[in-house]
Design a protein around this ligand. Structure first.
Ligand SMILES: O=C(O)CCC(=O)C(=O)O
Ligand SMILES: [Fe+2]
Length: 337
């Protein structure tokens, strides 16, 4: 089996348990109502129910899976196949287009975002462009639909968020998690929260994603429902909703025998967006819990630290909290990701 490189070893308290918690998992939401076009009272009732389900999932979990989402299966298979083909190449080939501090878009297998390395590799973003762009269109359509449901669930007009995404900074990432002989010590991705608006994740049937359950803080396995998408609320929705919805921690376990592929789509607003709690949501009883920040600056700060192993905490939305007490509390619980 050989020795494990210490760079991959998680600190004791962050090492994964090998069993799977077979308790209640994240909700599965059927979106078929969205694709029917009839304007019957039945449909409007179904829509109302759907909005409620989405709101409850965002509030209670920050995560849910969607089925009957209308995304082309053919395009999903095409991008997974292209990703598999890229990663199956010998390392020397992949290294020819290796990422460094001059070319940030290249291939890399060392993640420097955290103080412990992730057991995974990424291809360069410029490869597979055509397929990615095609697939991104599908993702964007679904993302707008989901944002409409989220807006309605917060009592806002359905298109309340659309303006923020006019000049998007959305991105697709192709992840490959090779089999790992040390699943009790390493993680595919260490615990973190997604900084953007919304994440739409496609995963194969191996599984590995775990979500920190809000009700009791237990790491909970996300069962990969075939052809579903796993959706999670990012930091920006947490800020817009003034904490009504939470961007929750998640991580990825590795598998000793099987490799795993996943493709997240990060739906991000315009680089110039100023992120702050929405005016319609804040009032005297519910004052703004975050100070405004600029999305591009936030991301630039995060990216700078990706190239270095820093022993300081990465920038988090908790750093923009208006209450110093909450800031301290969250900082104490927070993590280097
Ligand atoms: O691969 C996964 O299941 C999740 C990856 C993830 O959380 C991320 O890339 O932000
Ligand atoms: Fe994530």
């Amino acid at each position: 089996m050989g020795e494990v490189d210490p760079a991959f070893v998680q600190e004791l308290e962050h090492r994964p348990k090998l069993g799977i918690i077979a308790a209640e998992g994240i909700p599965i939401i059927d979106l078929s109502t969205l694709s029917s076009s009839d304007a019957t009272p039945d449909r409007s009732q179904a829509l109302e129910g759907l909005v409620k389900q989405v709101g409850n999932a965002c509030r209670d979990w920050g995560f849910f899976q969607v089925i009957n989402h209308g995304v082309s299966l053919e395009k999903r298979e095409k991008i997974f196949n292209a990703s598999k083909k890229f990663f199956a190449q010998p390392l020397e080939e992949k290294n020819k287009i290796r990422r460094d501090d001059k070319g940030a878009l290249g291939y890399y297998d060392t993640e420097h975002t955290k103080n412990v390395r992730d057991w995974k590799e990424y291809p360069p973003a410029f490869l597979l462009r055509e397929i990615c762009e095609d697939y991104a269109k599908e993702m964007e359509r679904l993302a707008f639909k989901l944002m409409e449901l989220i807006a309605l669930s917060l009592g806002l007009g359905p298109d309340r968020f659309h303006g923020f995404f006019k000049d998007q900074t959305s991105a697709i990432r192709l992840n490959h998690y090779p089999p790992c002989p040390f699943p009790h010590l390493a993680l595919g991705v260490g615990r973190h929260k997604d900084p953007g608006g919304l994440t739409i994740l496609a995963q194969d049937d191996v599984g590995g994603l775990e979500v920190k359950r809000k009700s009791d803080g237990e790491w909970t396995w996300v069962n990969p429902t075939p052809n579903s998408y796993t959706i999670n609320v990012g930091d920006i929705i947490q800020v817009w909703s003034n904490d009504a919805y939470e961007s929750v921690e998640h991580r990825v376990k590795v598998n000793p025998e099987k490799e795993r592929f996943s493709i997240p789509y990060f739906f991000g607003p315009a680089h110039y967006a100023i992120v702050k709690p929405l005016e319609e949501i804040v009032n005297e009883q519910n004052p703004a819990k975050f100070r405004p920040y600029n999305w591009a600056e936030f991301m630039a700060n995060r990216k700078r630290s990706n190239f270095q192993k820093l022993d300081v905490e990465n920038l988090q939305i908790s750093h923009f909290r208006t209450s110093k007490l909450a800031d301290k509390l969250e900082g104490a619980l927070s993590i280097n990701n």
